[in-house]
Design a protein around this ligand. Sequence first.
Ligand code: ADP
Length: 299
Amino acid sequence: MGTAQQSREQAQGQEALLRELEEQMLQGRMRDIGLKVLVLSGKGGVGKSTVAANLAVSLAREGKRVGLLDVDVHGPSIPKLMGLENQRLTMDGAQLQPLEVADNLAVMSIAFLLENVSDAVIWRGPLKYNAIRQFLKDVAWGHRDYLVIDSPPGTGDEPLSVAQLVGSPAGAVVVTTPQDVAVSDVRRCVSFCGRLSLPIIGIVENMSGLVCPRCSHEIDLFKTGGGRALAAEANVPFLGRIPIDPQIVVSGDAGTPFVERQAEMPSARAFADVVRQVLQWPGQTDAVGQDNSGSRTVR
Ligand code: ADP
């Protein structure tokens, strides 16, 4: 009996030690990153991944060292948007190597783990949590100014895990479409950030109006203004409206971020404004140098 008890205690001790080591590795990894930008949305299909990919590419075009991490376990679409489909993970020792798409831009997606992207739907909760944690801890990002994280949509366990694991400094870019129904989902997302003490860099209203390519007249297909109104109500910055632009779909399907294809289009100009505000977000300078170890807990 005594020995069984002893070996149980020993195993528990080893497990606790391992957890502690992993925690230290995670914190060390995250300390090498200037600002973690969590791209969040109240629900899927609003353009969260499109915003994440184009934000990462734009920050890299500004000369920043950027990582783009896709932990949207429900539908990892960064490989498609970045033209990196069918890529698989490579390891260097115990570290996962991100794909270097430029000198200063590296990409990692949970899809690289999966044989088939549709596998994602059968993942159980703890497996998803562990995969998210492993991605944050084990990817060899090196020093980065920004890590843009395409988080799972909604306000459930998975975005919660991401927000808790990244530590500080971190901020959220919340993506919505303008309709009331989408805005009310995003209101939940804003209060989720509040409960987690995750500062909101701002709200992006995507698919906001459609500019007729023939006559340049703007049609409010899904209404406009919901995102701005919510930003005012929540007292967080409004980063801008990205119009519906068929070129965004074409770019996404072609695996080329639209900011690279069409700098003069209204959508790309609107996006440049979003990027400028992320670069100027005062939270990052305030937060730099803060203790990174404080894990985020729900209040
Ligand atoms: P989410 O990550 O929120 O599920 P995605 O970024 O995958 O959404 O976008 C869903 C679809 O909408 C994609 O086909 C994408 O190309 C398209 N899309 C996103 N933003 C726009 C926009 N402003 N105009 C037109 N299509 C868009």
